[in-house]
Design a protein around this ligand. Structure first.
Ligand code: FB9
Length: 493
């Protein structure tokens, strides 16, 4: 129990009644503290009765407080007049001289000698009593009985005092008066219920007005911040997002549709995660599947093919998609089924899975970012121009390229940039023009070309946020505080 609450109860045990303002003076405490102690007594039950009183009182304003400490403006003016007198203009340079001069004149403390040039202000009395200052000091001490109503009106007009309503309480012993406050229980426990001890305990009242604990708001993971920046760039470049909500894919769309031969090493289990249940898919557009089979085994569309015995069983195997280009294939096939081809720009940013050796910067899964454009007669220049603009919006302008190989694109290029932050050349992606052996079996017109490029989300995020190990960014060991305090992602446009 607070010491103040004890003192109040003790005072009440020796006196029938007392007002809280009186207690504040007696205990030399701020009145609000007395009210606080009263509240904690009342929370314990009806130990005291408290009748609220509201009485008018006067208190000094800030200016009134200043005068009580430094003297009234008229006294300041009087004290500023030397025995030899002072030019009125000089006197009026003092602060509050206007009101001080007129009050000193009407008090008969000073006079204006106009026989001199310029007129001089002289003292009229040898000394003064600064009654205003004395009165204001009395108000501060809480005794304004010696101030006449007329004087109070004048001080109010001069804004030296103001009327306030002071709320206080007249206290008396209550029906449950006691000198001590029993500790209030805040929790009803199983032990209390079992032992029955709750019957002799007092419980704190529920405060239904108490606000709930503010919920910890959510925070976006740095990867998702970079994803939304990339998404914004694609959208403002006029790309539409592809539906990538299928981690599980079959080998047909992930490999065969992309003219990736069935004996390609990437299709081995050591590079790809195959699904054991359900192990296979069996729903394919069979006419299209036949064209894919033929282009792999016999060639066609000007291509000699791979000349191997293509097996549907291989194409039926389910897997975790190794690239989002599988989704691009599905989307391009869909575009090819439309009556009339219309140019399209597509993008995707989503997880892909590779059964590869893990290291400090590579996990078995990462987010692939891919941009695809299908239009008439596109060429390598168009491809370079588009991803150069994409990277420019990321603040990357110094690009270089190296020929590369992808089973589904020819030509293909690895993309490099001189990273201004790292001050070195780094690989930032891969790109190429999809091969006719991929596009024509889908049914796309011969003069339609499809260009595409890809990069990851993890690499730029690690660079942007200064991570050296991918496990500090993703996975079970991530420090959640990192997520909370990671700054907003602003990739320079
Ligand atoms: O993201 C990568 N690097 C990168 C990207 C951006 C960046 O910062 C931006 C400037 C702000 C910094 C680095 N890379 C691709 C390059 C390397 O990190 C590489 O080591 C890792 N690569 C992944 C695949 O590795 C197994 C990154 C991933 C990748 C590679 C190729 C593609 C997509 C992702 C592709 C493609 C493609 C090609 C043709 C047609 C369609 C898609």
């Amino acid at each position: 129990m607070s010491h103040l609450s004890e003192k109040i109860l003790k005072y009440l045990s020796e006196n029938d009644t007392v007002n809280t303002l009186t207690l504040a003076k007696l205990f030399n405490e701020d009145h609000q503290k007395i009210i606080g102690a009263l509240k904690s007594i009342q929370a314990n039950g009806d130990l005291v009765t408290a009748d609220q009183k509201a009485e008018k009182a006067i208190e000094v304003t800030d200016e009134g407080k200043h005068i009580s400490e430094n003297g009234s403006h008229e006294a300041t003016i009087y004290k500023a007049v030397p025995d030899s007198g002072i030019a009125q203009a000089d006197l009026m340079k003092l602060p509050n001289a206007k009101v001080g001069f007129s009050k000193a004149m009407s008090a008969g403390w000073i006079t204006l000698d106009k026989t001199c040039t310029p007129p001089l202000v002289r003292r009229k009395v040898p000394e003064i009593t600064d009654i205003v200052q004395d009165h204001l000091k009395q108000v501060i001490l809480g005794d304004s009985s010696k101030i006449s109503d007329k004087e109070k009106q004048d001080y109010k007009k001069r804004k030296l005092i103001q009327e306030v309503v002071i709320k206080s309480f007249d206290l008396k012993k209550g029906p449950e008066f006691s000198l001590s406050l029993t500790k209030l229980e805040t929790d009803l426990t199983t032990e209390m219920l079992n032992s029955g001890s709750w019957k002799n305990l007092k419980f704190k009242e529920y405060n239904f007005d108490a606000l709930g604990v503010p919920p910890e708001c959510g925070y976006l993971h740095p990867l998702l911040k970079v994803r939304s920046e990339f998404r914004q760039i694609f959208l403002e470049m006029g790309f539409c997002e592809m539906p990538t909500n299928n981690y599980i894919e079959n080998s047909f769309w992930n490999f065969d549709a992309l003219f990736q031969p069935q004996q390609h090493p990437a299709r081995d289990a050591h590079d790809t995660f195959f699904i054991s249940d359900p192990k296979t898919s069996n729903k394919f557009p069979m006419d299209y599947l036949e064209r894919v089979k033929r282009v792999h085994s016999k060639g066609g569309y000007g291509s000699q093919g791979y000349g191997y015995d293509w097996k549907i069983e291989e194409a039926q195997k389910n897997l975790l998609r190794t690239h989002t280009t599988a989704v691009s294939a599905r989307m391009l096939y869909k575009v090819a089924q439309q009556k009339e081809f219309r140019p399209i720009k597509l993008f995707s940013i989503d997880k892909v899975f590779r059964n590869e050796t893990l290291d400090a910067t590579h996990l078995a899964e990462f987010h692939q970012v891919e941009g695809v454009i299908a239009d008439f007669n596109l060429n390598l220049g168009d491809l370079i121009g588009v991803f150069a603009e994409f990277f420019r919006k990321l603040g990357i302008t110094q690009l270089d390229f190296k020929p590369a190989y992808n089973p589904y694109t020819e030509p293909s290029m690895e993309i490099f940039c001189f990273h201004p932050g790292l001050k070195k050349w780094i690989e930032i992606g891969n790109s190429g023009i999809f091969r006719p052996e991929m596009l024509l079996p889908m049914g796309l017109p011969e003069d339609v070309c499809v260009i595409a490029w890809g990069l990851s989300l993890e690499r730029p995020t690690m660079i942007k946020y200064g991570f050296n190990n991918i496990r500090d960014l993703v996975g079970p060991k991530v420090d959640l505080e990192m997520v909370q305090k990671s700054p907003i992602c602003r990739l320079s446009k």
